[in-house]
Design a protein around this ligand. Structure first.
Ligand SMILES: Cc1ncc(COP(=O)(O)O)c(C=O)c1O
Length: 305
């Protein structure tokens, strides 16, 4: 069971987590018509009473865009203000994961997005490593990543996560840690909740935004960092068998951070990962607020009374 933060943001106020309850008739529960965010926050290792949020503006922007894709309005300012209020109420002392959620809170039964009540909440939980930092084994999922013509893939639409859930469970029940999903064109798209990178001959390669991926914020950060570190970045379609001969293969995501793939199906992958290690080291420094060049990626929230 997770260790949840004591207070949630619910119906416009901070309330005890146990009191933040919705009806069983809630529209989004039935139709997956919600969209969520997922962001990490840590107590500042250098200062007391300060919480560091990684790329809060980008997370707020993506959630606001997700809301728009569900035909509702949720401003970035409203998301950020609620996050800060909620952090001050909870005063976390360990690394946490924040889960904002915008959803159709209506009790009406018709699947629709017009003439419908929506709401927004946030809760948080303590979260350490989601995947082993030493590396994970992956299989190619028998489930295909959805296409944008079926649902908006640029938002974290809750209903879309049925595919991630099926793929993850299929992988785990068949002895692997994670699933890689191909898109409908047979190219590598992403994992159940992470984007994928590989390194070949010094180039960092990742499926482009036209490959039915979620436009990950860690992905965008890694691409920008690599550019600044002089590592050439190529966004292009990736074939499954390229991963077997790649010099490095790794996953990125808020929960997974940067996690190497050590095995794909029955084949062990390369274990020397200088590019990934350099990027990971830099990202850790940035998220801990120790990198002056990337201060603008960090939001500092003062939680003193
Ligand atoms: C399907 C999917 N792909 C990729 C990612 C990685 O995105 P981010 O780096 O913004 O966490 C996530 C996690 O949010 C995800 O759910």
């Amino acid at each position: 069971m997770h260790q949840f933060l004591p207070y949630a943001w619910f119906q416009g106020n901070c309330v005890p987590f146990e009191e933040a309850k919705v009806s069983i008739a809630t529209h989004a529960l039935h139709y997956g018509t919600g969209a969520f965010g997922g962001m990490r926050a840590i107590p500042d290792p250098q200062a007391t009473d300060t919480i560091l949020l990684f790329r809060a503006d980008r997370h707020a922007k993506r959630l606001s865009q997700s809301a728009r894709l569900l035909l509702t309005e949720l401003s970035e300012a409203k998301i950020l203000a609620a996050l800060e209020t909620m952090l001050r109420a909870n005063r976390p002392t360990t690394p946490i994961y924040l889960r904002p959620f915008v959803y159709t809170s209506d009790l009406g039964i018709a699947p629709r997005l017009h003439n419908i009540e929506t709401d927004f909440f946030i809760y948080g939980l303590e979260l350490g490593d989601y995947l082993s930092p030493e590396g994970v084994s992956c299989r190619i999922s028998s489930f295909t990543r959805q296409e944008d013509r079926s649902l908006p893939l640029r938002g974290k639409i809750s209903g879309a996560y049925i595919t991630s859930s099926l793929a993850k469970t299929e992988a785990v029940l068949s002895g692997f840690d994670e699933a890689l999903l191909l898109n409908s064109r047979g190219k590598i798209s992403e994992a159940s909740g992470m984007n994928l990178f590989l390194v070949r001959d010094g180039n960092l390669i990742t499926p482009g935004v036209d490959q039915d991926i979620l436009e990950g914020i860690t992905r965008a950060s890694v691409i920008e960092l690599a550019g600044a570190m002089g590592i050439p970045v190529i966004e292009r379609p990736v074939d499954k068998t390229e991963l077997f001969i790649a010099d490095e293969v790794f996953l990125t995501g808020t929960a997974a951070k940067i996690t190497p793939i050590r095995q794909l199906e029955s084949t062990p992958l390369a274990t020397d990962r200088p590019v990934m290690n350099a990027l990971r080291e830099r990202l850790v420094k940035i998220t801990e607020g120790r990198d002056k060049d990337y201060e603008h990626w960090i939001t500092r929230v003062a939680i003193s009374n």
